[in-house]
Design a protein around this ligand. Structure first.
Ligand SMILES: Cc1cc2nc3c(=O)[nH]c(=O)nc-3n(C[C@H](O)[C@H](O)[C@H](O)COP(=O)(O)OP(=O)(O)OC[C@H]3O[C@@H](n4cnc5c(N)ncnc54)[C@H](O)[C@@H]3O)c2cc1C
Length: 455
């Protein structure tokens, strides 16, 4: 390690485990360790600590405290709350241990584990986790923000509702095991509060039996967007909680990574996951299947390890700008407005216009209260643009316009995990929670991190 720019870094390197490392700007390994999925947010820390153990995390946090440096955590870079400018970036991607206990139906993961690892370890036991649409997302970051599963959401609720225990290094560098019994308030806030309490080094949570999975995606030509959106909206209310679905209008690039019949096209993508036998699933989705002639239809019996096929999210790093809003209702008039402004209008730059259906257990209070909020909304609008930095302002302005046009139907809040990456402002974070939850989280963060190390 080069220590000329920041001499005290040598003292930290000496405290790390053999698997850990510290990198200063200019070091080999600095760029790899600070890089992540969403390249629109660039971390430029004074120091990156690639932690391999909870002890490395403690050493990094203590070091930051000694030198009055801010701490930012990154596992995969899918949802950076804020860019690390100066300060210490703790990279947890080396902490990849996964243990599945099939008898207790639980999994325990290290801070750097991605969903696909858990899926692969649980599937042989016919167990599943409340994972999200993209199995390359990090388990811990996803769960801290709530964790909205497009597979188990309607039957089991949010991933955060099923956390049993969290190993956390707090701002004082102390490693604690946080449970409902040991630290009930902190346990409440960690599950849904997303950020600001410390560095999670491991997490234990419930798994669920998965005897059947019938799922995939149906792609329709973009010119049928209005018809398919209306058909999906009319259909979704009649579906049982065993069926979770979302719909998206996508502007796909003319890239080799996109399958030929979809390449360079505007398409409507209906995503389905049904937790029952294929024959029942086929009967249930028949109305939406019949909405228009499909280009590609991948819905069928799906092995759980192939669950990424339902959403088919991109896996390579991209510059992504996101915006979301919870909808209190989605009547036919709102569908028409959405299509008018976000699909049919001239020069719409937005890459993805998505609506997720929230129902069943997603709208009920969990057994053990937590900070996942805004459970009353039945739909979540999510907009994403893949854009170069110079085009980003136009995309962001257009996304704001779409949300404004749907203003009558929005609740003024959003889902915490879909808060815009990079926008760590207090006002923006507040839209993830009602005032009383937000204020309680702020007070808890102050209690556990009085000097704002993780602010
Ligand atoms: C393609 C894509 C698909 C997605 N699909 C879904 C979905 O279906 N459902 C859903 O709920 N969300 C979804 N998300 C949102 C995602 O869950 C959040 O962005 C989440 O924060 C990503 O966590 P990460 O660790 O992968 O990312 P990172 O950028 O590495 O971390 C994001 C934030 O999580 C916190 N964090 C991460 N690790 C730790 C830790 N060990 N200790 C303390 N804090 C930590 C930090 O605040 C960090 O800034 C999706 C995001 C993308 C890009």
């Amino acid at each position: 390690m080069t220590t000329t720019d920041f001499p005290p870094a040598a003292t930290l390197a000496a405290r790390l485990s053999s698997g850990g490392a510290a990198y200063l700007p200019g070091d080999d390994g600095y760029d790899a360790a600070r890089g992540g999925y969403n390249v629109a947010v660039q971390h430029r820390p004074a120091l990156v600590v690639a932690a391999a153990t909870a002890g490395d995390v403690s050493a990094a946090v203590r070091f930051a405290d000694e030198h009055d440096l801010r701490v930012v955590v990154q596992a995969t870079g899918h949802g950076p709350a804020a860019a690390a400018e100066g300060g210490v970036l703790i990279d947890t991607s080396r902490m990849t241990e996964v243990t599945v206990d099939p008898k207790r139906r639980t999994a325990r993961v290290g801070a750097g584990v991605r969903w696909q690892q858990v899926i692969d370890a649980a599937a042989p036991h016919r167990l599943a986790a409340a994972n999200g649409s993209s199995p390359t997302v990090g388990v811990v970051g996803y769960t801290l923000g709530g964790g909205l599963s497009p597979i188990l959401g309607r039957t089991q609720g949010y991933a955060a509702d099923h956390v049993l225990s969290i190993d956390l290094v707090t701002a004082d560098g102390v490693a604690r095991t946080v449970t409902a019994a040991t630290e009930p308030e902190l346990f409440w806030g960690l599950r849904g509060g997303r950020t600001g309490f410390g560095v999670v080094t491991a997490m234990e949570f419930r798994l669920f039996p998965l005897p059947h999975l019938y799922g995939g995606g149906i792609f329709f030509p973009g010119e049928h967007a209005r018809t398919v959106l209306h058909a999906w909206r009319a259909w979704i209310d009649s579906t049982p909680d065993e069926l979770t679905s979302s719909i998206a209008v996508l502007r796909l690039p003319p890239a080799d990574s996109v399958p030929e019949p979809l390449r360079g096209r505007q398409v409507v993508h209906v995503r389905v996951a049904y937790l029952g036998p294929a024959a029942d699933g086929a009967r249930l989705i028949a109305p939406v299947r019949a909405a228009a002639p499909a280009i590609v239809d991948t819905v069928g019996e799906l092995p759980y390890p192939a669950v990424a096929a339902i959403h088919a999210d991109p896996v390579e790093p991209l510059p992504v700008y996101e915006r979301s809003a919870l909808l209190g209702d989605l009547p036919a008039e709102a569908v028409d407005r959405l299509v008018d402004v976000a699909v049919d209008a001239a020069d719409v730059p937005v890459t993805l216009v998505e609506v997720r259906h929230l129902a069943g257990a997603l709208r009920r209070a969990p057994r053990e209260p937590n900070a996942v909020a805004n459970r009353d909304a039945p739909f979540l609008l999510f907009l994403a643009s893949v854009a170069a930095a110079d085009a980003a302002p136009a995309h962001v302005a257009f996304q704001d316009r779409i949300v404004a046009e749907l203003g009558r139907w929005t609740t003024g809040r959003t889902f915490a995990n879909f808060l815009t990456p990079g926008d760590g402002s207090a006002a923006h974070r507040a839209t993830g929670y009602p005032a009383e939850v937000h204020d309680k989280l702020v007070a808890l963060r102050r209690q556990w991190d009085p000097r704002g190390r993780f602010a």
